[in-house]
Write a protein of this length. Sequence first.
Length: 256
Amino acid sequence: MSKQDAHKLMRGQTLERILQVLLAGAVDKRGIQKAAGLSWGAVSDGIALLESKGVVKAIALPPEEGKLGRHSSAYQFNPARNLALGLVLEDTRSFASLVTLSGEPVLQDFMAHADHLNAENARERVVSACLRNMKKAKLPADSLGGIGLSLPGAVRPESLTWVYAPFQPEAKQIEFERRAKIGPRHSVPLSIEHDVMAIARAVMRRESWQDKDFIFLNFSEGVGMSAAFNGKFFAGARGYACEIGHMPIVRGKNAR
């Protein structure tokens, strides 16, 4: 890796950490620095870059009582410029939800597909869903800041690999690019997650859960489960969430 590439990687990691702590509730530079574990200079440079790109905007805070000096600033996502698209991919249909990065809903959409999902058309569905929803929201494509895919079966989020889809057991695994190109000059980061874990995260955020250890059950076409320990979701080595479809109670012929 060249020095230039290494620098870009480090800057990207710094920006990602800043965005993560902003999403978690940090508002000012001192709070961002403490939560992200970054230097003051790294936070200042990162915030300046995010402001210049329109990702965040500064809001002046009132001075603390009894203190003089410059007003401090809080930072929040610019809702007019930064949206996230959540996309559920199934065999012949897709569900999309466009939200601001702070979680406010913009619109929801349902799409039916004539062909079955495969490695060749999966990426096309992602791009078409992005363009379709940005058009419906009457916003430019560069307002989109990220895409999250919710996938059934087995996934490996770290390598963006959909290992197994239950509706196509014989299909090849699908590998996604880390950035999805949704216009001639615009691409956005893409992440994937097991569907039941994605649902659990959404419910946690909506309900402001404080528990760090829990089991989450989802009743849909089947029964899915995810489990969190010390605030982190547990997934098996092959990319599945917790499997509860068949739980042997005793060994041998009487297993049930």
